[in-house]
Design a protein around this ligand. Structure first.
Ligand SMILES: [Zn+2]
Length: 159
């Protein structure tokens, strides 16, 4: 069966940066199941899956605009160190913060006596990603899955 815009797709994937550094892989673990059109997958991967069939393997490089977006300079901010009073703040630390853009994950990039520099960009923003994909299964979504906007059963939601 061929993948169409609302298919439920089960796949194995390995994602790497352009220089070949592996970031994540489902190989050796549970495959990923996704309802296409639900914005669960990055848009570049959804596009690349269209028209593929179960059993097919392919590789695709996705530019940041169709992956996790470009890096935005204004998401790098200096905040007073007093905001972290009593916390042991170290570069590389990640935490959830409420910002102008809503609740998001930020990472500490630098710390001085007075200031902490935090970066609210997605860690993969500005990076082109190469996906190596094996399509394991393609099926029509159930009406319930379409209503909920996610996959039910193996690899998906069990409720
Ligand atoms: Zn559900």
């Amino acid at each position: 069966m061929q993948i169409s815009p609302n298919s439920v797709v089960t796949l194995h994937y390995t994602v790497s940066t352009e220089d070949g550094t592996e970031l994540d892989s489902s190989t050796g673990g549970e495959p990923l199941s996704a309802l296409l059109g639900s914005r669960f997958l990055i848009s570049g991967l959804e596009d690349a899956l269209q028209g593929k069939s179960s059993g097919e393997k392919f590789e695709v490089t996705i530019e940041p605009e169709k992956a996790y977006g470009e890096r935005l300079d204004h998401l790098v901010q200096a905040v007073p160190a007093t905001m972290f009073d009593g916390m042991d703040v170290e570069p590389g630390m990640q935490f959830r913060a409420t910002t102008d853009a809503g609740e998001q994950s930020v990472i500490v990039v630098e710390k001085t006596d007075d200031e902490v520099i935090i970066d609210g960009n997605h860690p993969l923003a500005g990076i082109a990603l190469t996906f190596s994909v094996e399509v394991l299964d393609v099926r029509e979504p159930t009406q319930e899955e379409l209503t909920h906007g996610h996959v039910h059963g193996p690899g998906g939601c069990n409720h």
